[in-house]
Each structure stands twice: as structure tokens, then as C-alpha cells.
Design a protein. Structure first.
Length: 194
């Protein structure tokens, strides 16, 4: 019985302190009004992106009569919807990818070190919360922040590391990655022939 008291509760959930700290970014807030007999009633809808800046990201939306409550609801939903993305060297994507949602389309490309985040508005928030430092992205088709974020997350979900591809194909990582020694030899042969 003493053990149960020390843990605090019945032990179904892990302690909240063990979970990593999350950063959150308010992407959009929308004020909506409902006209009633006495005038207008205002409500607020918030769109929040949450991430641990080490490869996990999620987004959520919340609606309430007050702005702080809407943001709190959106943040809680975003924390429930987190997923992991495989990052190359912890700074960029492993390969180029395209995400779609509705009319939205987001093209994401890997970038060399020092490039920074080249992306607009809501998509930039996703990369910052994810912890990506070098990426080039272009969103087309829609200006709606909800659909832009969903399209970006769709593309990120399809991102896979060489280790994941090797496991899926039943091969070793070395068999999948191109050999570094072969590329210079081919280019030197072409130079000799010319």
C-alpha cells in the first residue's frame, strides 16, 4: 500500500514530468460571431503547432468563448496528435517529398547546412517545432493555414530514413545507400574519354 501512495495514484499513467518539454506556436486565430437577439456573441478558434524540436510534431485546433481557453484546447489536442519524423543529422529531411491535402500542396526539399528554413507562414511553424534547421519548402494551391499544415504533415509522414527502408526491404543500410567510391571513378572515366 505504501508503494501506491509514493507513486501518487494507481500508476496507470506515467508521471507528467518524464515527458519532454514541448514548444508550441500559435499559427492562426479566428474570431467568429453569432448574432442573437441581444446583439452578437463572439467565439474564437485557434490553430496551434506543437513539437519537441527533436523530431516530433503535431497540430491541434480549439474553439472557445475566450482566446486563452481556445489556445489551451488546441495545445492539448496537438500534444495528443504528435508523431515522429526521421531527420537526417537532426537538421534536415532524408529525401524530397510532396504533401497533399485538399487543394493544398507542399513541396519539401532537403538543403545543405547553413541554408536555414525557407518556407512561408504555417509551414515554417511546423519545421521550427519539428527542429529542422535546413529545408526549402513551397506551398501552392491554398492559403488556408489549416490545409497548409495538413499538407505539410502529410508529406512529413511519408518521410523515411535509410534504416527504415532497409528494414522494409530486408536489406542492410549499406546496400541501399550509394557507394561513395563509385561516383568519383565514373566521373574520372568520363573526363579521360573526353
Amino acid at each position: 500500500m505504501a508503494e501506491r501512495d509514493n507513486r501518487g495514484g494507481r500508476g496507470r499513467r506515467q508521471d507528467r514530468e518524464e515527458t519532454p518539454e514541448f514548444a508550441d506556436r500559435l499559427v492562426a486565430i479566428n474570431r467568429v460571431s453569432k448574432t442573437v437577439k441581444g446583439g452578437k456573441r463572439f467565439g474564437f478558434a485557434a490553430l496551434v503547432v506543437v513539437g519537441d524540436q527533436r523530431g516530433r510534431v503535431g497540430f491541434g485546433k480549439g474553439k472557445a468563448k475566450e482566446v486563452p481557453e481556445a489556445i489551451r484546447k488546441a495545445t492539448e489536442q496537438a500534444k495528443r496528435n504528435l508523431f515522429r519524423v526521421a531527420l537526417k543529422e537532426g537538421r534536415t529531411l532524408h529525401h524530397d517529398t510532396v504533401g497533399h491535402h485538399g487543394a493544398g500542396r507542399v513541396v519539401m526539399r532537403t538543403a545543405p547546412e547553413g541554408t536555414g528554413i525557407i518556407a512561408g507562414g504555417p509551414v515554417r511553424a511546423v519545421f521550427e517545432m519539428l527542429g529542422i534547421k535546413d529545408v526549402v519548402a513551397k506551398s501552392t494551391g491554398t492559403q488556408n493555414p489549416y490545409n497548409m499544415i495538413r499538407a505539410a504533415l502529410d508529406g512529413l509522414r511519408s518521410e523515411s530514413s535509410p534504416r527504415q527502408v532497409a528494414a522494409r526491404r530486408g536489406k542492410k543500410v549499406a546496400d541501399i545507400l550509394p557507394k561513395r567510391d563509385e561516383v568519383p571513378q565514373e566521373s574520372s572515366q568520363v573526363a579521360e574519354e573526353a
